[in-house]
Design a binder for this molecule. Structure first.
Ligand code: AVJ
Length: 323
């Protein structure tokens, strides 16, 4: 019965398979080597990320959750009846706070995620917990999801992008992304954006260098994922996790540093990579924002920040924008 309320569309399976690994080849062939952060999230990586979210040093998730707990009712009052689109929905935990706030209206939820497994399992659990909810999931990238959204069924729509996932995008990517969000919304519809804020280096660096070493495992797991997916022979013992705050660029930079000169083979990509001792592969940037600057940037894409929310010590921020 719950399954009648679940519809999952796979947006670009064919394209993903055809181009698979091109991003890895390009990143590892560059002079400054990089790997795309989406390779963090195989099943093991997603589980490690959930553990990171519960770490003492990783204040982001609990701070954003507390802000949403306090503000969801107000957000629902402002937007009125609307359906929720969530980009990078993952375990779909925080969206429950918003769904709870919209309980007086018919509810539809449209999660977009590259991981079909997580999308389907979190959707099934939501359908059990919210008996009047309809879920229309889209498996694909943010770009594919925003371009492939079905027609709005309710009065209006809100696109939510939480957890500071925006921080993984370079400024140029961010600019293009805001353009796509604006294009996906009708005038009068909403965009809810959650971002980590610039702050002292010690707090930021602790969040990405936790004492238990879970973040290091999460980073190294990317190599295990690539070994499995592309027939690689990365030896995880020959790399170490490095994360620091680049203050001018206002971004945490995360690397896997090669502990020795080595050669790595990715058989299914027909790729051999030479690494020097001490050479680092960048696996992630995590940009840190200020709400004024971000609001100005959104404004230039026709997205007006109508409400700003933060915690008492301004660690994390949410912007509610109207197109
Ligand atoms: C999911 C991209 C928001 O940047 O803080 C956590 C990922 N990386 N620890 C972040 C992450 C290392 C996280 N985002």
């Amino acid at each position: 019965e719950a399954l009648l309320r679940l519809h999952v569309e796979h947006l670009a399976t064919v394209a993903v398979v055809a181009g698979e690994g091109a991003d890895v080849v390009a990143g590892l062939s560059a002079s400054a080597k990089t790997l795309p952060p989406r390779y963090f999230y195989d099943d093991a990586g997603s589980a490690l990320f959930e553990r990171i979210c519960g770490l003492e040093e990783y204040y982001l998730t609990r701070t954003e959750t507390a802000i949403l707990q306090e503000r969801s009712a107000e957000i629902a009052r402002i937007t009125g009846e609307c359906e929720l689109v969530e980009l990078g929905s993952g375990s779909a935990t925080k969206v429950r706070l918003l769904l709870d706030a919209y309980k007086k209206v018919r509810r539809r939820y449209l999660p977009i995620d590259v991981s079909a497994g997580i999308l389907e399992s979190s959707a099934r659990q939501l359908l059990i917990d919210y008996p009047d909810l309809t879920v229309h999931g889209l498996v694909g990238t943010f770009e594919q999801g925003l371009a492939g959204l079905p027609a709005t069924l309710l009065a209006s729509r809100m696109i939510a992008f939480l957890g500071s996932t925006l921080g993984n995008l370079t400024p140029a990517e961010c600019d293009a992304f805001f353009g796509r969000v604006g294009a996906a919304l009708a005038p009068g519809e909403y965009f809810l954006l959650g971002v980590d804020l610039h702050k002292d280096t010690a707090t930021l660096e602790a969040a990405y260098n936790d004492r238990e070493g879970i973040t290091a495992q999460f980073n190294l797991n990317m190599l295990r994922h690539l070994n499995w997916r592309y027939g690689g022979n990365f030896n995880l013992d020959r790399f170490r996790h490095v994360a620091f705050y680049h203050e001018q660029a206002r971004q945490i930079e995360i690397y896997l540093e090669s502990l020795e000169a080595q050669s790595v083979r990715l058989e299914r990509l027909d790729l051999t990579v030479q690494l020097a001792a001490g050479e680092a592969i960048m696996t992630e940037i995590s940009r840190k924002f200020d709400l004024d600057g971000l609001a100005a940037e959104l404004q230039s894409h026709g997205l007006a920040a109508i409400q700003r929310y933060s915690d008492p010590v301004r660690r994390f921020g949410l912007l509610l924008c109207r197109r």
